[in-house]
Design a protein around this ligand. Structure first.
Ligand SMILES: [Zn+2]
Length: 415
């Protein structure tokens, strides 16, 4: 489809601001905000200085002064719905910086890539949200409804002090739809995320001398068999609603591309990770206990009770074994064929890429909005080096993401 004159104007505007956008991101990367410790005051000041320079008002709020959250809003000329533009400013830690070929806090631009911790997760996406917000604000006479920008802390440690705190304390951030630019790759739009169910399993016995294996059960051997059996959980049947099943089937190739080979299968099934194992005191002693932790990720459509009844059945096969839940956050999703998902797809198609709606494997701040029933989607750049060395974003992808966000937000606010 050909872009309309308005869409051409929006794309031209973003293109004209290319240096401004790339320059903003590079400076944002130089404002260090590793989490832990999660102190984002420098990054926050960088963003608020920018808003000040544009004459845009905002509030800095939150329960922890070292982890501030920025909120800014405006009303358009005519009444309508409220759109939320969200991004986080904390990033993964760097450690010693060993293994990086670029300065992780340098914001270097080399061969069409911007390098630095947070380049793809998610200062590029947050740059897209800030740019989109400011552009919409300038165009507010053409628009309906209202928009709120939330630039938050604490996402990398769960978001309770950031987006989680905002949705409970600042009514202005709730809105009718929320978008952000977490790394999705331009080929997928994320409409949901898998749930998290953590377990601790313990196996106990009386223990004994390592030569007297006839006197005591060995908890480590039992745990080893149990760990192998837990792999059966991967085949737990999932009862998908029809629109979800269709999206997951149609998104298969895009998921493989965005998540890596094998990613599509992991997206649609329960996954099992054994994160820690503890047990034993000495090589010639039969231990009294072995315990291990299990990280299960539940796809949308899978109920915790169904998983736990299978877990109990498997654990129950093994002598002296018990299981307890240590964390549960259920899977959350917005309609894969919802208005904003369709709008984002159409916007990206104008630029030559047809992204598919898929489910994320990890969590994001959108869970707080989805948990309240606010349709929420993310669309951002490819994950290059997220959480590891030489993280970067391609400038062309950054520009694509900014255009899709502004085109989609503009479209949403004219309806
Ligand atoms: Zn992120």
């Amino acid at each position: 489809m050909e872009p309309s004159p308005v869409q051409k104007r929006i794309m031209g505007r973003v293109e004209a601001d290319r240096d401004e956008i790339v320059g903003f991101l590079r400076g944002f990367l130089r404002a260090r905000s590793p989490n832990p410790p999660g102190d984002t005051r420098d990054a926050c000041r960088y963003v608020t200085d920018y808003l000040d320079s544009r004459g845009v008002g905002y509030d800095v709020v939150g329960p922890d002064a070292e982890k501030p959250n920025i909120v800014s809003g405006f009303k358009a000329a005519r009444p309508g719905r409220r759109l939320i533009l969200n991004g986080h400013m904390d990033v993964f830690p760097v450690g010693s910086g060993e293994g990086w070929s670029r300065d992780p806090w340098g914001g270097e631009l080399v061969d069409g890539r911007v390098y630095g911790r947070g380049a793809c997760d998610m200062k590029a996406g947050t740059t897209a949200s800030i740019y989109t917000y400011l552009a919409l604000r300038e165009l507010r006479d053409e628009l309906r409804g209202a928009a709120t920008l939330t630039v938050v802390s604490d996402e990398e440690s769960g978001g309770r002090l950031g987006a989680g705190w905002l949705v409970e304390n600042v009514p202005e951030v709730l809105g009718d739809c929320c978008i952000n630019g977490e790394p999705s790759s331009p080929y997928t739009i994320r409409f949901g995320e898998k749930g998290i169910l953590w377990l601790r399993v313990r196996v106990k016995s009386q223990g004994g001398h390592g030569a007297y294996t006839h006197t005591s059960l060995n908890p480590i051997k039992v745990a080893a068999r149990l760990i192998t059996d837990l792999e059966e959980l991967v085949d737990t049947p999932v009862d998908y609603p029809e629109n979800l099943r269709r999206a997951i089937d149609e998104g298969r190739d895009a998921a493989e591309r965005a998540l890596g080979p094998g990613g599509a299968d992991v997206m649609r099934r329960l996954s099992v990770n054994i994160g820690t194992v503890e047990g034993g005191v000495k090589v010639n002693v039969i231990p009294r206990e072995c315990s291990f932790e299990v990280d299960l990720r539940l796809p949308p459509g899978l109920a915790k009770d169904d998983v736990m009844s299978r877990v109990r059945e498997i654990v129950g096969r093994h002598p002296r074994a018990s299981v307890e839940e240590t964390r549960y956050d259920g899977p959350l999703w917005s309609p894969p064929d919802g208005e904003m998902a369709e709008t984002m797809r159409a916007s990206s198609r104008l630029l030559g890429i047809d992204p598919r709606p898929i489910v994320s494997l990890g969590g994001s701040d959108l869970k707080f909005w989805r948990g309240l029933g606010v349709p929420s989607y993310y669309y951002g750049p490819t994950n290059h080096g997220m959480g590891t060395v030489d993280e970067y974003v391609e400038v062309e992808e950054l520009m694509h993401v900014v255009k899709v966000h502004l085109l989609s937000a503009y479209e949403y606010m004219t309806r």
